[in-house]
Every structure is written in structure tokens, then in C-alpha cells.
Design a protein around this ligand. Structure first.
Ligand SMILES: C[S@@+](CC[C@H](N)C(=O)[O-])C[C@H]1O[C@@H](n2cnc3c(N)ncnc32)[C@H](O)[C@@H]1O
Length: 224
């Protein structure tokens, strides 16, 4: 077992943003949107909050897949949000995807309980030193019959497994992008860590499962 080594929380520099947005995430983003809609319901519309949206690639894919959805794309980083707003405008979706600067650690100060039909998040928990209160608040923001859908990298058990995943999924990327991916894997929670965290929140740990060789996914439906 290797220890969790945190990355800087917010991705602030223009280099971070350009490096991140230049990587090809289209396959994982497409799978995220398909998997979310398969549990949430396709073409259901409503207000969705994307926590740690980055350059808003997932909100854009979601808005194109569900023509009724309105998405609040939230990120801590001003630089990420500038790139996000540009991507959203280029996609012609500025009316349905709103970019919003906010901190995942203070969502309760920013939004009312049960404010969103869907609360989603992809690969941000490994940036957050203490994800438990963040995830507990995200669950409280989900409206009755709504969906919480959180996915992140899972920290592998060994350095050699990190190297294998980096070569498999980022072997063709730049050395900087490979280093970023390796650092993200090392900063992630293991499946067991996220399951015990969900249990401490008071929700079923069995709702968190491995959904690829490098991701866990937590799906929770707020059934009244
Ligand atoms: C690896 S990127 C993932 C971006 C996006 N979800 C995606 O899948 O492409 C992580 C993002 O989380 C953001 N982030 C980190 N800590 C945050 C916080 N406390 N509140 C909001 N966003 C945060 C970073 O600025 C960065 O844009």
C-alpha cells in the first residue's frame, strides 16, 4: 500500500490549464455522461451542479446529450473558468451552462439544501485534503428523486501499478501530462478509503464501486 500524497488543490496557472485541456479526455467524459444519464434518466432536464468542472468539457457533453439540462459549472480556479467559459461559448451553450467560481469546501454557504436534481463531479476529490465534509454537503444538495454521481481516480496499491496505468492511458501524452496523471493517482483515495468515508456520512458504502481499472464511482439516489 502506498501513502496518499496530495497535489496542489486548485489548478491555477495557465500552464496547468493548457496542459489539462490539451489532453484528450473525450472518451472518459463521454462515458461519464452516459453513465450519469443511465441512472439519472436521459432527457430529464433540470438543474445540475458540476463540482470542480475544470474546462467544462463534461457540462458541454451533458448539455449536448440532454437538451433540457441546465448546468452550473463550478470551479475554484479562475484560470480554469476562463477556459471553461470560452469552451462553452464556442459550443454555443452559454445560456444553459453557467460558469461559476466557488469552493467545493463551502458549498453549503453557496447553495440551499436540495437545490439540484443532479450533483456530479469527476476527478476532483483527489485535490481535496479532507473530502468527507465536501461529499456530505454534496449529498445534501440533491433534490428528492435526484442523483449524486461522483467519480474519481482510485489510488493503486503500488508504484509499479501507477507506472502501468500512466503508460497505458497517458503513454502518448507529453512528459508533463504523464507526471500530472501519476501525481493524481498518488493523491487519490483507495476504494476502501472512499467506502469508509461514505459509511461515516451515513450512506451505503456498497454504492461505491470500481468502474474501471483506475476509477471508483459513487452513485446515490435521493429516494424520499
Ligand atoms: C482534474 S481537474 C477535473 C476537471 C473536470 N471535472 C474534468 O473531469 O475534466 C480538477 C478540478 O477541480 C478543481 N478544484 C480543486 N479543488 C477545488 C475546490 N475546492 N473547489 C472547486 N474546484 C476545485 C481544480 O481547479 C480543477 O479544475
Amino acid at each position: 500500500m502506498i501513502q496518499r500524497v496530495l497535489e496542489p488543490e486548485s489548478m491555477e496557472t495557465t500552464d496547468d490549464v493548457e496542459e489539462y485541456d490539451a489532453m484528450d479526455h473525450s472518451e472518459v467524459n463521454g462515458r461519464f455522461v452516459d453513465d450519469f444519464l443511465s441512472v439519472h434518466g436521459a432527457a430529464r432536464g433540470g438543474e445540475i451542479l458540476d463540482v470542480g468542472t475544470g474546462t467544462a468539457r463534461i457540462p458541454i457533453a451533458l448539455a449536448l446529450a440532454d437538451f433540457q439540462a441546465r448546468i452550473m459549472a463550478l470551479d475554484l480556479s479562475e484560470a480554469m473558468l476562463e477556459a471553461a467559459a470560452l469552451n462553452v461559448a464556442k459550443a454555443g451553450l452559454s445560456r444553459r451552462v453557467r460558469c461559476y467560481q466557488g469552493d467545493a469546501k463551502s458549498l453549503a454557504d453557496q447553495f440551499g439544501e436540495r437545490a439540484f436534481e443532479g450533483v456530479i463531479s469527476n476527478t476532483i476529490m483527489h485535490h481535496i485534503p479532507d473530502p468527507e465534509p465536501v461529499l456530505a454537503t454534496m449529498a445534501r444538495l440533491v433534490a428528492p428523486r435526484g442523483t449524486l454521481f461522483v467519480r474519481d481516480l482510485a489510488r493503486p496499491g503500488s508504484r509499479s501499478e501507477i507506472d502501468r496505468l500512466v503508460m497505458t492511458y497517458a503513454g502518448r501524452e507529453t512528459p508533463e501530462a504523464r507526471a500530472l496523471f501519476a501525481a493524481s493517482l498518488g493523491a487519490a483515495l483507495t476504494l476502501e478509503e472512499i467506502q469508509s468515508l461514505v459509511k461515516r456520512i451515513g450512506l451505503p458504502a456498497s454504492d461505491v464501486v470500481m468502474t474501471s481499472d483506475r476509477h471508483w464511482t459513487w452513485v446515490w439516489r435521493n429516494r424520499p
